[in-house]
Ligand binder design. Structure first.
Ligand code: AMP
Length: 316
């Protein structure tokens, strides 16, 4: 039985993004890893966002998040501008994008602060931010939450690899894309690379492959590995892939949160269902710029796509 009242805490970025794709462009649209994650997870559980915004942040975006039952008690408002990111996609291949601009603004001085209620949240998601901030949040929790998951990016693998490796030793689930996983481990074969991450302590590694879906490797209580391959759900047309990875993680972790188990009780089946729900949430995000489609989704649409996915991948 799913429980939408179970809580999940996410630390990450809340941003204004300027994005250009073959389908057009948006300037200063709501984005950021924590925004996509929390909106996506809100269809399965009650997310709390720990992040920072500037005093330019629009009230309508606060209201949107509150309308999705997202707890904003960990959202700090500082004097200055909200984090800005700008990216441009290759019109012929949406797997390639160029970061045109990153302005940290209030994010530069961000110090996550967790109150007692935040610290006792069962599930933590450390979205893509500086590894020492991710570690700081985990340390503030004190006792380890039931499940801790993390994401990262090439920037931190290049510049903060030691911090990142220390963090990986303390988490249960790692989300990385295939290039990042190879870069981090130095191992070309993705299965071997995922096993080397599992050797550091995590139980689950999710290897994101963009429009080609994902590979998930996990270790069971009897020490056997279980591999799962999950395609992306094809949608036509794709408008803007920004945030697909964070929306995937939001659906995946939101579903696991609703199941309510600790990391050692989670079954392979729970993980596979989570991967399918994550895939579905990513498929909604890419159908619009920013969170334009993600915010409109209904539970009925999610279940409809779940069934479409099963149809797409079942032989008989
Ligand atoms: P994704 O498409 O999953 O890589 O996520 C894109 C989101 O990440 C955008 O909404 C950006 O605002 C956010 N982002 C980009 N660069 C950074 C960064 N260095 N730290 C935190 N968030 C970022």
């Amino acid at each position: 039985m799913l429980n939408k009242n179970n809580k999940i805490l996410v630390v990450g970025s809340v941003a204004y993004d300027s994005v250009e794709t073959h389908a057009g462009k948006r300037v200063d649209a709501l984005g950021g890893s924590a925004s996509y994650f929390a909106l996506s997870a809100s269809y399965f559980a009650r997310p709390t966002i720990v992040a920072v915004i500037g005093d330019d942040f629009e009230q309508s975006h606060i209201e949107l998040m509150e309308s999705r039952n997202i707890d904003l008690s960990g959202l700090q408002i500082e004097h200055g501008d909200t984090f800005r990111w700008a990216g441009k996609y290759d019109p012929n291949n949406l797997n390639y994008r160029e970061t045109i601009d990153t302005q940290l603004n209030v994010f530069a001085e961000f110090k996550p602060i967790l109150d007692e209620k935040h610290k006792s949240t069962d599930v933590f998601f450390l979205a893509n931010i500086q590894p020492d901030l991710q570690m700081d949040v985990l340390n503030q929790a004190g006792e380890k939450p039931k499940i801790v998951a993390m994401d990262s990016m090439n920037l931190w693998i290049e510049n903060n690899k030691e911090d990142l490796l220390q963090l990986i030793h303390k988490v249960d689930i790692v989300f990385l894309d295939e290039t990042e996983l190879r870069q981090l481990t130095g191992i070309k074969d993705l299965i071997e690379a995922s096993k080397s991450i599992i050797g550091m302590g995590p139980r689950v590694v999710i290897i994101k492959k963009g429009e080609h879906g994902l590979l998930m490797n996990s270790i069971d209580t009897d020490n056997s590995f279980s591999l799962f391959a999950c395609p992306a759900l094809p949608v036509d047309p794709v408008i803007d892939p920004t945030g697909a990875g964070d929306s995937f993680a939001g659906g995946f972790m939101g579903y696991l949160t609703s199941v309510g188990k600790g990391i050692t009780e989670i079954s392979v089946q729970d993980l596979r269902k989570a991967a399918v729900y994550g895939t579905i949430m990513g498929s909604f995000t890419v159908q619009g710029f920013s969170i334009e489609q993600l915010k409109l989704v209904s539970i009925e649409q999610i279940e409809k796509r779940y069934n479409e996915f099963i149809n797409l991948t079942t032989v008989s």
